[in-house]
Design a protein around this ligand. Sequence first.
Ligand code: ATP
Ligand code: F6P
Length: 478
Amino acid sequence: MPQTTRPNRKTNGRGVQTEDTRICVVMVGLPARGKSLIASKVVRYLGWLSIPAKTFNVGQYRRTNTPTPTADFFDTSNAEGERLRRAAAEAAVNDMIQWFDDGQGLIAILDATNSTKARRRWIQNRCDEAGIATLFVESKCDDEELVMSNIKEVKLTSPDYKGQDPELAAQDFRNRITHYEKVYETMDEDETDLTYCKLIDVGHQVIINRLRDYLQSRVVYYLMNLHIKPRAIWLSRHGESNFNLEGKIGGDADISERGELYARKLPELVRESAGDTQLTVWTSTLKRTMQTARFLPFEKLSWKALDELDSGVCDGLTYADIEAQYPADFRARDEDKYNYRYLGGESYRDVVIRLEPIIMELERSENIIIVTHQAVLRCIYAYFMGSSQEKSPWMEVPLHTLIKLTPRAYGTVEERFSANIPAVSTWRGKGSSAKHQDTPSQSSTDLVDGAPAAIPDIPGKEPVGLGLDGTGEGSKTA
Ligand code: ATP
Ligand code: F6P
């Protein structure tokens, strides 16, 4: 038997514990069952944790030879269609193996229907030969209404149907599914030698078979927490604090008079963006977040994991003090802010690791408002928006501004609501000395698909997108 897992557990050199294992996550399921969406979320989650991952979407390979097929192309009695679809799957698997051999990543996602036992056995054999472990992830859902709404939500914008009448396109996609249904075999007792996770009816039931290692179980645990109910996440920094006024970092200061005004205005700001939706409030354990959240008429929970990045020996200093007392550290942080760890404190990378349970809980939950701190908010924002590690620590998050993130099928919509209460700016640009100034007052701002409407020059602003590979192209049914 080829070796698929190696015994010694180690980290990936960046603080995230992984095993020295290469894993191919093989998606399984009929079209419009959320496979591409699941794949893009997994890639984004792993990327956020510094675990290099990539999706190989068989539909994109197929589109190079058949860009706009009709449903007949997917009829299994169409010999030419079968040949082209098989060629697309082979090309994707070959590229994936090459990607592993080039040492580019730890987890590949093979995104296709992989709907027959024969196809899955073929993939298993190819992976065995290449020393790659597999994890089959099946999404099984027979709710016709949900499938039709999925088709309308994402499939009509697929490049397969570019420029076509939406009604005809939806019917054609339904016919495509019918062809797949004729040959589809769910994962069952014939395949108990394979490692798989079967998500039935969007995770209402989950069947897990033969998990073999740590990374596989980590991915499966993430999948078990996902849901697709409509919801939003609200993020706010605490109101301006007395430390903010003095330009000092860290500490556990009270909020200032203007911070208090923000705390009193926050319920109104939330109502403006959430209507009557019942939220749950999460704060850190530091006074300034709890003081800011205290007028919100919702259940409250405080988390140690939401405390501000620990600035170690620099706690209580201003940026100018740090530049004077620890000049080499000050420069080193600017050079690589994500990885720089304060003496006796934390780096952004450390914060991401301690935030993982928060992200998991956020995925399980519905409507949450988080009142937290600048660095922590940047890390949570980076998860939802797929921001790069290079840019996210520099992102501007003004005080006295509520951010609403609404996850959609292939992107997160961002809106910003300013309380119009002046506050100092705690943002310091790369290479600059610290100057604390009042934030210019802003009106409510919408950012949809990453286009800042009224806040100029936001450093670190990323194009909105759910996954690093979440193209939103929809169909990858080869
Ligand atoms: P295809 O095989 O045609 O590429 P797909 O299975 O990859 O289809 P997606 O493009 O990912 O389907 O479909 C996205 C839609 O599926 C979204 O509307 C999303 O809300 C919904 N969805 C997400 N997860 C699930 C699930 N587990 N079961 C059913 N639908 C889901
Ligand atoms: O200045 C406010 C603050 O929350 C500090 O407590 C914290 O050290 C800092 O922001 C984090 O931001 P940066 O990583 O840009 O220094």
